[in-house]
Design a protein around this ligand. Structure first.
Ligand SMILES: *Cc1c(COP(=O)(O)O)cnc(C)c1O
Length: 424
């Protein structure tokens, strides 16, 4: 759909909401309330997703089983704890476009990133560099630098940045291509955040995987802002590994468990070093308590510990909603919702605001990053007083994430009315 189909008044928003096939999912979530009793206008699903109403009952189920069954809950609970993480496998695979053997829910994002870097960053004297996007999320920067150091390299020479051109913030694929052409023989790994947390730019994973592999470079992705936001095809795109968290778009609650993808081509590569723990040991033989580690094939072979069941319960509640809606439909609505948001902003008459995020749907997820310069913080406070939640990121950027599961076109319309009234 092109911008021409949108109109500026409230009727357009209500019309879009009425014809939204996903509109009923709004009622599956709990919203914080404003002082006047209305729901807040929530645009921070990219930071902490809202609570699915079912989450409480799913947690309660575990607590009740623990109360009544105690240790027998491992096998006799309504959803037995021993294989509990497997209840999440199929929906997780669908979410990121993977085969079941390629995904596992475990740990948290940065922990999983370290596990992946341990296995997939195997530098040699000649081929040791790591490419990240400039402006990568700090935790990713720390993680790659620490692995360079672990192998005896100086991060100053080992870490290369894919940088924007002068006076630009958005990255150009040709520049990465050039970097790979000129430095490829010394590059061991590329790690990108997809979507970039600050600019909202999404990168073409298939093209980058292909470019990387022509130079025998491993390609890993941090999907903190991609999982549950973009329609992903990690298997077909040929990404080597990916990690993500579940408290942002995946609505599994604060500090929720992370996810991990390891491409099928590495599923049986047992010669590749990894950090080992008993939960990665071949399931059939795990309780034989053998002294030598026998890894499970696929992503599950990177598990270390028996997983925490309570946080998995909230994730299960959320993943059922993603399954019911389907990532393809969610993304379709998301593209429309964000285009509508962009249309209203561009027609708002607000000066002194730059939309940082690229405007092509394939170059972004649902969120828009708006640069308000020095005014950003006071605008955020004003919005908060008006019952709108967004977030601030240095320098001067407010991020708004209308998410297709629970945000409505009406929410976006009201947000833009409030911005128009107060900004300038
Ligand atoms: C949110 C986020 C993280 C957070 O990492 P945790 O280990 O879950 O605390 C990491 N990387 C990116 C790109 C993020 O956006």
């Amino acid at each position: 759909m092109k911008e021409i189909y949108f109109e500026l008044g409230p009727d357009c928003a209500s019309g879009l909401d009425q014809s939204d096939s996903l509109k009923n999912f709004h009622a599956e979530f709990l919203f914080p309330k404003q002082k006047n009793g209305k729901n807040v206008l929530y645009f921070v699903g990219n930071s902490l997703g809202l609570q699915p109403k079912k989450a409480r009952a799913y947690v309660e189920e575990v607590l009740v089983d623990w109360e009544n069954l105690a240790v027998h809950g491992h096998t006799l609970a309504k959803h037995p704890w021993y294989p509990y993480h497997e209840f999440l496998t199929d929906s997780t695979a669908r979410l990121v476009g993977a085969k079941p053997i390629e995904v596992v829910v475990m740990n948290t994002l940065t922990v999983n990133l370290h596990l992946m870097l341990t296995s997939f960053y195997r530098p040699t004297k000649k081929k040791f560099k790591i490419v990240i996007e400039s402006g990568a999320f700090p935790s990713d920067q720390y993680a790659v630098a620490s692995h360079a150091k672990l192998h005896g390299f100086d991060p100053k020479t080992a870490i290369l940045e894919w940088r924007p051109r002068t006076d630009q913030r958005i990255l150009n694929l040709e520049d990465l291509e050039e970097l790979i052409q000129s430095e490829g023989d010394s590059i061991a790994l590329i790690l990108l955040g997809n979507v970039n947390y600050l600019t909202g730019q999404a990168f073409p994973l298939k093209e980058i995987a292909t470019l990387a592999h022509t130079k025998d470079i491993v390609f890993g992705v941090d999907l903190a802002h991609g999982a549950g936001n973009l329609e992903l095809h990690l298997h077909d795109d040929g990404v080597d590994f990916a990690v993500w968290c579940s408290y942002k778009y995946l609505n599994a609650g604060p500090g929720a468990l992370g996810g991990c993808f390891v491409h099928e081509k590495h599923a049986h590569d047992f010669a590749r070093p990894r950090l080992e723990g008993w939960w990665g040991h071949d399931k059939k033989h795990r309780f034989l308590m053998e002294p030598v580690f026998r890894p499970m094939a696929g992503a599950e072979g990177w598990q270390l510990s028996n997983p925490p069941i309570l946080p998995m319960a909230t994730l299960r509640a959320s993943m059922e909603l993603f399954d019911a809606a389907g990532m393809h439909e969610l993304r379709k609505k998301s593209v429309l919702l964000t285009r509508y948001f962009e249309f209203l902003l561009k027609n708002s008459g607000i000066q002194k605001m730059e939309i940082v995020t690229p405007s092509k749907a394939e170059d972004r997820g649902c969120s828009l990053s708006l640069d308000f310069g020095n005014a950003a913080k006071s605008i955020m406070v004003m919005l908060s007083d008006e019952g709108v939640l967004c977030d601030y990121r240095e320098p001067g950027v407010l991020r708004f994430a209308p998410v297709p599961l629970y945000n409505r076109f009406q929410d976006v319309f009201e947000l833009c009315e409030i911005l128009k009234k107060h900004v300038e």
